[in-house]
Structure formats: C-alpha cells, structure tokens
Design a protein around this ligand. Sequence first.
Ligand code: PRX
Length: 670
Amino acid sequence: MTVEECHKMAEEKAATTAVLLEETRVFHPPKELAENSNVMQWMKKKGFTSEREMRAWTGQHYIEFWDEMAKTYADWFEPYAQILEWKPPYARWFVGGKCNVAYNAVDRHAKGAKKDKVAYIFVPEPTDQQVRKITYLDLYKAVNKFANGLKSLGVKKGDRVSIYMPMIPETPIAMLACAKIGAIHSVVFSGFSAGGLQSRVLDAEAKVVVTTDGFYRRGKPLPLKPNVDEAVQNAPSVEKVVVVKRAGLDVPMKEGRDIWYHELVANQPDECETEKMDSEDRLFILYTSGTTGKPKGIEHVHGGYCVTPAQTTHWVFDLKDDDVWWCTADVGWITGHSYVVYGPLCLGATSILYEGAPDYPDFGRWFSIIQEHKVSVFYTAPTAIRMFMKAGEQWPQKYDLSSLRLLGSVGEPINPEAWIWYRKYFGSDRCPIMDTWWQTETGCFVVSPLPITPLKPGSPTFPLPGFNTDIYDEDANPVPPGQGGNIVNPTPWPSMLRAFYKDPERYMKEYWQMYWDIRPGVYLAGDKATRDKDGYFFIQGRIDDVLKVAGHRISNAEVESALVSHPAVAEAAVIGKPDEVKGEVIVAFVILREGVKESEDLKKELAKHVRSVLGPVAYPEIVYFVKDVPKTRSGKIMRRVIKAKALGNPVGDISALANPEAVDAIPLIK
Ligand code: PRX
C-alpha cells in the first residue's frame, strides 16, 4: 500500500474510534530488534515464552515484580523493609528504604565506569552556538556546585524551589541539585506567563525561584526574568531569585533578592553530600490542569522515581549503552521530568537536550540533529508529527535518518494517518512506534507497546508489565470489546502520585471517589478508552473538561477564569475545536459586561489578555461574543452542549437546562 492510499484510508478511519476498532493492519517489530531487546532478555531469564503471558503474570504478581525492578534499577543506601503498604487511596512503596534519585541519576555514574560518558548533548537554538557535551562527571560537579549554592541560600530538606527555565543544561542541573539536598523542585513550564508562574509559586510557597535572563526562540533572545519579577512581587515566601545568564539580556537585579547563578556557584566546592532520603520523601511537585481553574500540585517521591522511569525507558525504548536518546519534550512537563531527566540519567544514557522549535531555522532542524548526532531512539508528540506531515516529506527525505531504530509518541492520541507517516518518513518503514499512554499523575508509561509487540496504528496496545490497567463501566465491570469506558488502575504502582499538594480532599475526589463504594482503591485516570477484539487499547480522550492543545494539558476553567479577569468580560465558556496539527485549539464564547461594545479589536485584546495571564500555551484562536451560554439549573456551564452546537453535532436532550434557548444562540464555528 502506498502512503497516499494509507492517508486516504486513515482519513476515512479517523472519523470515529468505532472505525479504529476495525484496524486490521498489524506491524511486527523487526525480528532481530525483538530478539535482542532488553525485555526479551528478561523474559528468557524468567522462562516466559509469550508476551501475553509475561504481561499477565507481572500484573498478577505486581508486588513481586516491582520488588525485582527496584532491586535491579536502583541503588539503595538502606534496603526497604516492606515492598508496599497499601491503604487506599494512599500507597507507600519500598517502606523504610533510603535512597536518592540524584545518587542514582548522577553520583553512581560519575564515580564509576561511566564518568566520561556523555550524559547530555546540548544543542542550543542559535545555530552558530557550539554544541555542548556534558559528561556524567561534568554533571556531577555542576549539580554539586549548585546544590552547595542552594544550601548557602538557606535551602533545606523539604523546602520548595520553583524552576522556571528554558531547555538548557542548568534546568536538569537545578532539578538534580534540589533532589540531592532533599529540597522539593517545582518546575513551571517557561511557556506560562507571570500569572501562571505566580499561582504555582504561591501554592508551593517556594523559598527560591531559579530562572534565566531570557531564552532563544526562533533566532531571537526573549526575556524571561521580568515574568519572575512580576510573579514574586506578592509572593512573600520567595527569599531569593537565582538567575542563569543565558541570552545576554540586560535584566534588572533586585538588591538582596536576586543573584546570578554563575556568581553563586563560582566558589562552591564540587563535592556535596547526597541527602539520604526516605523512599516516600517528596521529590517534586508538578502542577497540572484538572477540572477546576486551580492547577493541582501533583506530588511524586524519591523511591518511585528511582525505579520506574529507568525501568520503563529500558524496557519500552530498549536503551542500550551506545544509544543516543532524544525525547523532545520540554522539561516543564512530566515527559521531560521522567524521560529527559530521571529515566535516561538513571540508566546512564546519552541524551540530546534541545532548545528551540522544530521549524526554525527551517523544518529540517530536527532531522539535521538526528543525522548529526546519530540519534537512535526518538520520542516526540503527535502534534509535531502532524506539523511535519503538513510541511512535507521532502524534509525528512533530505537527511540520513538511518541511525534511528525505535520511535515513540506521547501526549494525545496519534491518528493512524500520522502514525503511518511517522513510521514511513522517520522510521524508513522499519522502526516500531512506541505509543505510550500515561499522565503527570502516573509518573511513567502505563499502557504501551514493548519492542516485541505487534503494533496497530493508533493504539498504545496493552498495559505494561506490573500494571493491571483496565477499562471499566460505571459499575466497575471491565467493558467488553468495542465498548467505551473509563481507564482505571485497580492496583498501585511505584511512581504513582502520592497526593495533591495541600489538598487531600481533591485528591480523593478526582481520582478515587468514582468507584470507592464498589471497590475502594481503583484509580480513575480521567480518560475514556475502548478495546478491540484482540485487547488493543484505543484512547478516546478526556472525560473531564481538560483540553489538549499541541499536547499541552490546559483546563477549560483556567482559560475561562483568565478571560473573566478582563474588565470587559462578565462570563466565558471555553471549548476545544479539533485541529489537524495541534489536536485541539481553544475557542472562547464570551459574554461582555453591560455597556461594553463588541468589536474585532476587543476579540484580539481578549486573546492577548489570556496570553499575558496564562501564557502562549493557552492562547484562544477564536473568540465569539454571545449573550448567554447554556447552563444547568445549578449554574454549571454546559461546555459539552456548547461544543456540540458549535461543531454542528447533535446536542442531545437539553430540556433540563436552565436556559435551553441559549443553545440556539451558539454560532457554528467556521
Ligand atoms: O488524555 C491523556 C493524554 O494526556 C493526558 C495526560 O496529560 P499530561 O498529564 O499532561 O501528560 C502528558 C504526557 C504523559 C492523558 O490523560 N495522553 C497522554 N499520552 C497519550 C494520551 N492520549 C492518547 N495517547 C497517548 N499516548
């Protein structure tokens, strides 16, 4: 079949998941790759002869399985006394063990045979700037110096440090330095603006913020530090702001509060004692979007992070000692935490760290990096693939991509059309695609192929070893093939979220309440999915009001409250409109305050306002003015009804709404 035929076929297929379930194309991994894979070695050692049997056994014996993985992948200062203490909804793993993920990620390599191995190949955006190769020993020294620097500022175990940085080596260095001394890092994506940063700094009560003067984007140095100045103005917990000089911008430094990174580390020793952390001690807080406007601080711990990111990188992406790994995610999101920082470093791998955009200076940028650095395993998001598809296959065709042996996808469902294109033009019709389904909350891949799995385009295939992920109906029964339901994890796993920072009620409500009365301890992921007759998962999207724009997770309510913070706006409702590149784009329906005149300029101003409050990630592409939005009798905005009407789909029974007539006034989106 030609790619054009595939495109056409996939276009027809992409319409509904029901059609996806009829996917008959199966792509087997190259025999040699499967045979030599890390997971196959383990299976042979254990005497498993089939993947299905292995996945089933490790699910049933998940406690025993994770015990073995914890001993295989992590070094412990003191062994744990108990593998798991499970008092739903709270799990404690590797109880009584002492460890530190910075030790596993850096110290042990720097003190061993890998000390001169390159940990990061940093490819800066300005193409005339030199690529920097950072060995494990370099990383060790840099982490120690900054850890000592943080200590000199008074940062202690348990303190929170916000990290608001672009994709430069100092970002993982800052994270690891926090981990090393037992401080809790809270990375805030640099695409958030001052408002987005402020709410996260305030909630975390950060003592220190680490940032840069600026960063490079599409050839230009852009400022970052002014956002921090604005954000910390009313954040009394912030004592110091550490600034990395990155873009050579002239930024004001506040006397007594702001300090340059290079001055802070200049005279610090390059040795620093690694704190012996309890397995359950917090490693980081990462804010993510949920149903309400307030971001939730997901808490992760040292013990779990010493084990699952490394183990899943090793099994799913099959990393070998001579591989060059490139995960294109920004460190500001969970994918960057687990698969740019902790997973690959714990394995002692070599990774690309890239600052910039995929289309600058042109669409060949990523391909040229793959060619030049002989990247062998590449992991990105469907939105990037769709962007390249639009740009055309002449871009990958100009480069030698023969070093690639495995590909990966994450963040949103990958449509079969994009899957086939990715395989063909990145992977020479040979590289298997690991479509990994997971979340900020899970900390590691959950439903994913292994390099031995026969693949179906658009499916993340099966629950990984050690997981019992299922699809339940409302009564906690697994759904039959073809039927949709909720993705659940009925059993705990080591890198699961432990809590919401300072909000135990919401933790219970969002993840555990759904099935509590039937079976306490079932984790509700918040995604819908279905399975085909062969058990392959197909993800259908979120069940809650969470948008996925270019793979970034943003809540409708967050954007709505940003809109309402504008003086012209009385009320707002936000929906996602399907988009062929970004997956979804944001569309806002705005009710203006009495007396405010509608105009095209005001629409632009409102979109800009959201950008300045939350950041470019939350920019509404389209703004409509409406007189009213449909609501329930209790006043809840019916986004689902608005979306159906705006997209020209059936709206269903609306007779119970408080104002059914508001539905008619919702315009059809062009
Ligand atoms: O809806 C699922 C989607 O991304 C959500 C998690 O978003 P976040 O916490 O930002 O983490 C993204 C990176 C792990 C999920 O609830 N999602 C993630 N991976 C996939 C996916 N949807 C379909 N297929 C995937 N492979």
